[in-house]
Write a protein that binds this ligand. Structure first.
Ligand SMILES: Cc1cc2nc3c(=O)[nH]c(=O)nc-3n(C[C@H](O)[C@H](O)[C@H](O)COP(=O)(O)OP(=O)(O)OC[C@H]3O[C@@H](n4cnc5c(N)ncnc54)[C@H](O)[C@@H]3O)c2cc1C
Length: 472
């Protein structure tokens, strides 16, 4: 329990709008999106200024009170909820830190408060004829602080990289309560260790991000969206290679989905419709975009698709003729996770391997898992363009959900061992949180792990910042 005197002191520090102990107000912050984790806390802090965050952290540091930062609470690894690891943590929500978004069109950069949503940044950039390329299905809710802290990926990584590649500068309150002012739109800076790089992907364990500056790009003026059927992941990769060459490397999205994934979307998501007449083993959502109108691109895409169909590389396909059609293709892709929720238990893996290794990984991992768990239904989908798959395994149709989900850890270990053999990562874009701590310590390079622990100890000697994530 946190002493009542500390709760009262923190409430006084942040004022009536900046803190609450009201269980009804706290409740919506306590459940993870998938319903897998439920947190608990006595106190929710809601500062709306940098000074408020710094004062709260300073107080907590002095009095050894642990804090969990939370943005949109769309994280998928149990990292944004207090009380999961037996610590008495308070929650600090950045939702009220959402007043400022500033586009610098000349420098191709955008600076925003930690609690602003990704969708708000996309809109602000578009209004200035610029593109903020981070795009993920949770973009209406996930925040600047959250995407930086998880080094989010999304659908445009193949072209624009992860949040790490997009982040130019960060302002944060360090565990001591000291303010780190690293906001900058400077593109080159070789002045020693980069605190910015440490904070990206730190999952709130090294401080609270209060603002960040990101790169922008010229806005996309011409976009081509295709739904393509292929017979195998090998053929999908051959298609990716051709698409990159034919378009002058202007592929901005290259997503893969299996037929079973589409079937479930058609079954469970109202008003969804397959763009193609027949079923095929795999589907690709391909998007090609350019910042200038380019009629030659349209022609070369048309003739490439025709050639690939004649060669049997593309089995069937549809090109979006309107933005509504493109949105319908996107809806199928973005409903993959939601549709699986309706089908019982699903054991998740957010893994990456080198792009060229995806077909071999898929073959081996599906064979190993279906041998060990007969009748389970692998439903891998995701960002083939960057080698990141959501390797989801759905329960057998007739199985009992809870009994199937009891296999979560053992199945994770099997899949992660295969990932390791392909030189991949057990967390491509969701992070470690509290969910994958044991797997991190089992699979991470020993020297890297001890350096990470040393960094944590140096910056947060009292372990007050999100102590339940990353390390066991
Ligand atoms: C439907 C759906 C689709 C998704 N698709 C993708 C996808 O394609 N790619 C992808 O990468 N992720 C995806 N995610 C996961 C999730 O959206 C991302 O991890 C996102 O970055 C989390 O942002 P958030 O603001 O919700 O953070 P939260 O969930 O609130 O927090 C996530 C982590 O960041 C820390 N944190 C939050 N704010 C701060 C801060 N200001 N300072 C320090 N630490 C902080 C938290 O403590 C926690 O450890 C998806 C989630 C959903 C529900």
């Amino acid at each position: 329990m946190i002493a009542q005197s500390h709760i009262e002191a923190l409430c006084t520090l942040l004022g009536p709008k900046g803190a609450t102990t009201d269980a009804n107000e706290i409740a919506p912050h306590m459940e993870e999106w998938r319903g897998k984790y439920f947190g608990k806390t006595q106190l929710l802090l809601k500062p709306d200024t940098l000074a408020g965050v710094a004062a709260a952290v300073q107080y907590c540091n002095t009095h050894d009170i642990a804090i969990v930062p939370q943005g949109g609470n769309t994280g998928l690894v149990g990292g944004s909820l207090p009380g999961l690891s037996g610590h008495n943590e308070i929650l600090l929500s950045t939702k009220r830190l959402n007043k400022n978004i500033k586009v610098d069109a000349a420098d191709y950069s955008i600076t925003a408060d930690a609690g602003c949503t990704v969708a708000a940044l996309q809109e602000a950039a578009a209004a200035a004829d610029r593109l903020f390329p981070l795009s993920l299905a949770s973009e209406g809710s996930c925040t600047v602080g959250g995407v930086v802290s998880t080094n989010a990926g999304g659908v445009h990584v193949v072209r624009y990289g992860t949040v790490r590649n997009l982040t130019m500068g960060i302002e944060a309150v360090l565990p001591s309560g000291e303010i780190y002012n690293g906001l900058t739109s400077v593109r080159k800076d070789n002045t020693g260790y980069s605190l910015k790089e440490l904070l990206v992907g730190a999952e709130g364990s090294l401080g609270i991000i209060t603002q960040a500056t990101f790169k922008l790009f010229p806005s996309e003026k011409q976009k081509h969206t295709f739904w393509l059927a292929v017979s195998s992941p090998e053929n999908a990769l051959a298609l990716l290679e051709q698409a990159r060459t034919v378009t002058g490397d202007r592929v901005s999205v290259f997503e893969i989905m299996p037929d079973i994934g589409l079937e479930l979307v058609l079954k469970h998501i109202p008003a969804s419709r397959s763009p193609l007449k027949a079923s095929h083993a795999w589907y690709i959502l391909l998007e090609v975009a350019t910042s200038t109108a380019d009629p030659a691109l349209s022609q070369s895409l048309d003739s490439w698709i025709e050639t690939a169909m004649t060669a049997g590389l593309i089995l069937d396909g549809a090109a979006a003729q309107t933005s509504a059609q493109a949105a319908a293709f996107w809806r199928l892709r973005e409903s993959m996770s939601e549709a699986q929720k309706h089908e019982g238990g699903s054991i998740k893996h957010d893994i990456s391997v080198p792009v060229s290794a995806v077909p071999a990984f898929l073959e081996e991992a599906c064979a190993v898992i279906t041998t060990a768990y007969p009748d389970c239904r692998p439903t891998p989908f995701g960002h083939l363009g960057d080698g990141n798959l959501h390797f989801n395994i759905m329960q057998p149709a007739s199985a009992e959900k809870a009994a199937f989900l009891d296999n979560w850890e053992s199945m994770n270990r099997m899949v992660h061992d295969i990932v390791a053999r392909y030189g991949g990562s057990i967390s491509a874009e969701h992070g470690i949180g509290s969910m994958k701590k044991a797997e991190l310590s089992r699979t991470k390079d020993a020297a890297a792990l001890s350096a990470m622990k040393a960094i944590k100890k140096a910056l947060d000697p009292k372990a007050i910042m999100n102590p339940g994530v990353l390390f066991e």
